[in-house]
Design a protein around this ligand. Structure first.
Ligand SMILES: Cc1ncc(COP(=O)(O)O)c(C=O)c1O
Length: 378
């Protein structure tokens, strides 16, 4: 057979997201709110001045400055590059570090599944470092794996998807410090929900690059807008693997309109975080249920061996969750996105219905008072 493509692509498949399509989509950590509802006046006004017939638009310069202002901490436009979501930043970072077929990246497991998708695409290997049973990372073990000469990228996700937990800042700092000759990509896609960032470490650690997204806190999953923050020299080098006009002027204008309406999104993040905490406490008291604390817009939980039945039952009730049971330490775990009250109430109600139908009995303990977390960030 004639070989037309790279030989390592032969056994690979195109990346598709395989989730059930249901009325209540609680499976992709999206927002229930369409950001167009919030920013339409601003966006439509802005579009009147935008020439879509041109490659170059002044929108880019305005956005570069506004995004730098939003990011804060002394960051300047030259510390930023943006593109089609955090995924695009991750993909291009991988592309920029691969030397040859021996090159690999290191990531904790369980973590964001698509790190491996993108190392596969680029033709780079992936080595996983397993988290412990409480989803904690052993920095020494991670550093040992990433210190190999062929490791070209150390990836970390904080808060971690799909477990929802934060790694201690000191552990992350230890890792970045111990790997001065490796690029460390810290994925802060859920930053606005946790308020935790290593942004203040960027100056001290030239090997650190942060990746963020407009898909979660800014409700813009379909917008496809994410960005990376690092030293001016790292950003300059990263830009060498981007195509010339890699970001639509429409997306840039919309991102600007979001940045002009931050308070509405900040309020929504606070609501989602409160909703998530309520749901956490409601799931925690369900019999035989284990739910992980989370600093994101989702919760990971399990009801043990019967979890697949619960997943199927919820599908019949028009609720789509994410089955994350394929990852290490997450056997029988599901992930539910919390974004609007209506979906969350229905989920809790249907989870109780399923427990009752299966005669899985309630604890005698009373409902705990829901805790509400303060929201940092944004
Ligand atoms: C940890 C993590 N990184 C990156 C992404 C991709 O985000 P984006 O939509 O900005 O590409 C996601 C999306 O769910 C995610 O959970």
């Amino acid at each position: 057979m004639v070989k037309l493509f790279r030989k390592d692509l032969i056994d690979k498949k195109p990346s598709v997201v395989d989730v059930p399509q249901r009325k209540r989509m609680m499976c992709l950590n999206e927002s229930c709110m369409n950001p167009f509802e919030v920013v339409q006046d601003d966006f439509l006004k802005r579009m009147q001045d935008i020439q879509l017939n041109r490659y170059i638009s002044p929108v880019a310069d305005e956005l570069r400055q506004k995004l730098a202002d939003y990011v804060g901490h002394g960051m300047q436009p030259e510390n930023l590059v943006w593109g089609n979501g955090a995924d695009d930043m991750i993909f291009h970072t991988i592309l920029s570090v691969r030397e040859d077929e021996r090159s690999f990246a290191v990531s904790p497991a369980p973590s964001y599944f698509d790190y491996k998708t993108y190392t596969d695409m680029v033709g780079m290997g992936m080595h996983f470092v397993e988290l412990d049973e409480d989803f904690r990372l052993d920095p020494a073990q991670y550093i040992a794996a990433a210190s190999h000469p062929d490791c070209k990228l150390a990836i970390l996700c904080n808060p971690n998807n799909p477990t929802g937990n934060l790694f201690p800042k000191d552990d992350l700092r230890t890792i970045v410090e111990a790997l001065p000759d490796k690029l460390v990509l810290l994925d802060e896609t859920y930053y606005e929900f946790s308020g935790e960032s290593l942004i203040d470490e960027l100056e001290r650690h030239p090997n650190l690059i942060l990746v963020r997204s407009f898909s979660k806190a800014f409700s813009g999953a379909g917008l496809r807008f994410g960005y990376a923050i690092s030293s001016a020299s790292n950003i300059y080098n990263l830009r060498k693997v981007f195509i010339t006009f890699h970001s639509s002027v429409l997306a840039q204008a919309f991102a600007l309109s979001i940045l002009d309406n931050i308070p509405a999104f900040r309020q929504q993040v606070a609501q989602i975080s409160a909703l998530r905490q309520d749901a956490y406490h409601q799931i925690k008291i369900m019999p035989q249920m284990t739910v992980q604390p989370s600093h994101t817009n989702f919760l990971a939980f399990t009801v043990g061996e019967q979890t697949p039945q619960l997943f199927q039952y919820l599908k019949t009730r028009d609720i789509a969750l994410r089955d994350i049971g394929g990852q290490p330490r997450l056997k029988n775990y599901l992930r539910a996105t919390l974004s609007c009250e209506d979906d969350t109430k229905e989920l809790i109600k249907e989870m109780w219905n399923w427990l009752d139908m299966n005669e899985i009995r309630r604890h005698s303990a009373d409902m705990e008072e829901p805790l509400r977390e303060g929201i940092a960030g944004m």
